[in-house]
Structure formats: C-alpha cells, structure tokens
Design a protein around this ligand. Structure first.
Ligand code: ADP
Ligand code: MG
Length: 240
C-alpha cells in the first residue's frame, strides 16, 4: 500500500529551482534509498516532506492525508519521523532529555508518561548507560544513535533519515546500518534513507568488485526497482 506519495514536487530556494517535478512513492514497510551527488537536493526533498521547506507546487500525501498545508509538528504527529543531516541533537540537554523531546511527536504530545521505549535501548544499549550525560559530550556516532532514537520516541510509521553514516567512525556505521534494518523489519516502520557515500556497502569486501548499483542491489538483497526520479536516483528495496 502506498504510504507516502509525492507528485510533481517543485521546491525553490529563492529563485533557485532545486526539486523539479519529483515523484516518489514509499509503500508501507518498504525501505527506499535516495542517492545522488552533493547538492542535487536530497536534503531539500526530506525537508519538503517534513514541512521545513514549502514547495512551490506539487503534492505530498501520507497515509491518505494531504500534508501540503500542515506544519512540521503536525506531520510529525501524523507519523513522519525525521533525523536531520548533522543530527541536531541538543548538546546542553542530557541524553535522557533529548530522548524525551521525541515524545513531542506523538499525537498527544509529551503527555504524562515520560517513558523511554525499551526498543530504543535494545537498538542502542549505549544510550541507557549514557542517560545522564550531556548530548554534546557524546561522540558523533553516539549522537547519531541518539538522533535516531529520539525520532523513534515519536512512534513514526515512516522514518526519514538524512545521511546517518556521514562522518561517522566505521565500527559505529555498522551498528547504525543494522539498527536501520531492524527498525524496518522488526518495527515495520517504512524508511526513506539518504545515503550518499554508502560506506557500509563498500565495506563489505565481497561486493567490492561490482559496480555501485549492483553493490546496492546485492547489499539489500531485495527486489530492486529503479524508478525515474527527475534529478535523483531513487532505488527501492523490498526487505520482506
Ligand atoms: N538554505 C539554502 N539557501 C539557498 N540554497 C540552498 C540552501 N540549502 C541548500 N541550497 C542549495 O540547494 C541545492 C540542494 O541542496 P541540498 O538539498 O542540501 O543537497 P543534497 O542534500 O543533495 O546535498 C544545493 O545546490 C544547495 O547549494
Ligand atoms: Mg544533504
């Protein structure tokens, strides 16, 4: 079933026309990977989906609702989780406080129950140990884990991930990649993943002789379908 459906999206920065008639569909439970070189508009697309940028034209439907007029917090409450490029955790707040902020994205807001979802600790055990630490004292990889965990606290049905492995040490890249797959498989959350560098794919030696496209297909072992994004390479994977 189509969960996110984007039609003919056009987004500008001032007079710079960045997204040109972008069409994209993410089906329920699907993991879709967006690739493209620096500056093509991957982040612009995710920001348009979550509502941080206002497209000039086009349509964004999510779970059969039209999001076009909704502000970002309503899109979050409708079930769209967003992990921005660069993580954007709050350095002065503790890990626990950063996580609890994620509750704001639930339909009732932070509500009364300030409880951290056990699945978060299952995915990222380090966060439990670091609850009282300041977010800013964590390593880059740990901050990325925190940012993903914070988004999961909102109980999204679609998670937008913007280059979660960018600038992260290789051992944690694997943890993050594995966590993303678990989020998709075990929680049934759809994922729209921006991965420019595909560090994790390249690291697997047995794929190293193949072309990048084959690498990606092989890596996800799904049934790949290539669709025509206007300016973006859009690859879809069925992980079931
Ligand atoms: N705040 C901004 N103001 C003006 N132009 C921007 C802004 N942010 C990004 N751009 C431009 O928009 C284009 C797409 O950027 P972006 O979506 O960040 O690319 P990507 O995420 O694919 O690297 C780039 O050419 C970039 O220079
Ligand atoms: Mg970007």
């Amino acid at each position: 079933m189509e969960q996110l459906e984007i039609r003919a999206l056009n987004t500008y920065y001032g007079e710079s026309h960045i997204l040109r008639d972008v069409d994209l569909t993410v089906n329920s439970g699907e993991m879709v990977c967006l690739i493209g070189r620096n500056g093509v508009g991957k982040t612009t697309l995710l920001k348009s989906i979550i509502g941080l940028l206002k497209p000039r034209s086009g349509q964004i439907n999510f779970a059969e609702q039209c999001l076009d007029r909704q502000p970002p917090h309503q899109r979050a409450r409708a079930g769209v989780g967003y992990v921005p490029q660069g993580r954007e955790i709050i350095p002065q707040l503790t890990v626990e406080e950063n996580l609890l902020l994620g509750l704001e994205a639930r339909p009732g807001g932070m509500g009364r129950q300030k409880r951290i979802d056990p699945f978060v600790y299952e995915l990222f055990p380090i966060l439990r140990d670091f609850l009282p630490r300041k977010g800013g004292d964590l390593s880059g990889g740990q901050q990325q884990q925190l940012a993903i965990a914070r988004a999961l606290m909102g109980k999204p049905s679609l998670l937008l991930l913007d280059e979660p492995t960018e600038g992260i040490q290789p051992n944690i890249v694997q943890d993050i990649e594995q966590a993303v797959r678990r989020i998709s498989r075990e929680q049934g959350i759809s994922v729209l993943l921006v991965e420019q560098h595909l560090h994790f794919v390249r690291q697997a030696d047995r794929y190293s002789q193949q072309s990048l496209l084959e690498l990606i297909f092989a890596h996800f072992k799904g049934k790949p379908r290539l669709t025509n994004g206007t300016i973006l390479g859009i690859l879809m994977f069925d992980l079931s």
